[in-house]
Unconditional design. Structure first.
Length: 147
């Protein structure tokens, strides 16, 4: 049985890599901070995010009073080298995403790699904004790790 090809508008594939002059442990802590209580948008607006850093833990936007937006579950966490999250992320429609953060120690620091793949009815606004958003998050993780 052959796989049915998905039309391009139903797929999302983003890869980012950044070298950070800090240990993987420091970068991993910066990653958890940026995805959780330190989350912000590119315009500097804080986002009330929560990340439960254990297998099955939730990643969600907490608006208080039992309101919010579920982004995903921690699928894999292996500090300080790997964090994988699956879920709809920032999209509130039929879509599933897998985001992988891989940290690789190098002689001069750590390489942080991001891979975001999604499939579903992905809106053009999110398709265009995802690349910019992940770029911002990677930059902020680097900034936090180097503080």
């Amino acid at each position: 049985m052959s796989a049915i090809p998905w039309p391009e508008q139903y797929l999302l594939h983003i890869e980012k890599k950044i070298d950070i002059g800090a240990t993987a442990t420091i970068v991993f802590e910066a990653l958890l901070e940026q995805l959780g209580p330190g989350a912000d948008r590119p315009d500097g607006t804080l986002m009330p995010m929560k990340l439960e850093p254990w297998p099955g833990g939730r990643w969600y936007r907490d608006l208080g009073s039992n309101a919010g937006h579920f982004w995903g579950h921690v699928q894999v966490i292996k500090p300080p080298s790997l964090l994988e999250i699956t879920g709809p992320m920032f999209m509130s429609y039929p879509v599933i995403s897998h985001v992988q953060y891989r940290l690789t120690e190098q002689s001069d620091g750590t390489r942080l790699s991001l891979l975001h793949r999604a499939i579903g009815d992905i809106g053009s606004e999110h398709r265009q904004g995802a690349d910019k958003g992940w770029e911002h998050i990677m930059s902020r993780i680097k900034g936090r790790a180097l503080q």
